[in-house]
Design a protein around this ligand. Structure first.
Ligand SMILES: [Zn+2]
Ligand SMILES: [Zn+2]
Length: 184
């Protein structure tokens, strides 16, 4: 297992991809994974494991990537800490870049499954963007999280807090009457 300091450094020289293809397992250290995700709300708890296979069919280069890791974050509703497992699989083809395409070929990508290469296949840049897209916008500790009471802040998953009791209908009538009198 090879350790790569930065995800974006995962690049494969196109002319080294032979008949048999290239298969590799690499680890990305926690700090570097965290920097690449650029989201302070999620923190990796272990090194990111990346497994990739790159094969070639004439000018078309095919890459399959598996990404595994563990993140920690908090529930958007009740703020409880939670662990989010990453287990992703991506596949993409790379076609030769047109001469007029700019330096940053990853920005020229047509879809998650069709990108371009020149001398190198910039697999790292692709892994970063696909991993970011695969992450949820909000993390929930469970699908039916009840969140926090907006009045007392109690975690409603642990039971009712008591301050949201249905009020007495007679008291409501009285409050209405008081309001009416106040408006006059
Ligand atoms: Zn929750
Ligand atoms: Zn409450």
């Amino acid at each position: 297992m090879q350790t790569v300091r930065h995800i974006e450094d995962i690049r494969i020289a196109a002319d080294t991809i032979g008949e048999a293809g290239i298969e590799k397992n690499v680890k990305i250290p926690v700090e570097s994974f965290s920097a690449a995700m650029a989201n302070p709300e999620i923190q990796p708890i272990e090194a990111l494991s990346i497994h990739y296979i790159v094969t070639r069919d004439n000018d078309t280069i095919h890459a399959t990537v598996d990404v595994r890791g563990r993140l920690t974050t908090q529930c958007a509703d009740c703020l409880a800490p939670l662990e989010y497992p990453l287990d992703l699989h991506f596949e993409t083809d790379y076609l030769p870049a047109a001469p007029d395409m700019p330096e940053d070929l990853e920005a020229e990508r047509q879809s998650p499954t069709i990108g371009y290469y020149r001398k190198n296949v910039e697999l790292g840049a692709y892994i970063i963007s696909e991993t970011m897209l695969a992450l949820p916008l909000r993390y929930l500790c469970r699908s039916d999280c009840k969140g926090l009471c907006s009045q007392c802040g109690a975690n409603l998953n642990e039971g009712p807090c008591g301050c949201g009791k249905p009020s007495d209908p007679r008291m409501e009538k009285l409050a209405e009457l008081k309001n009416k009198l106040r408006r006059k």
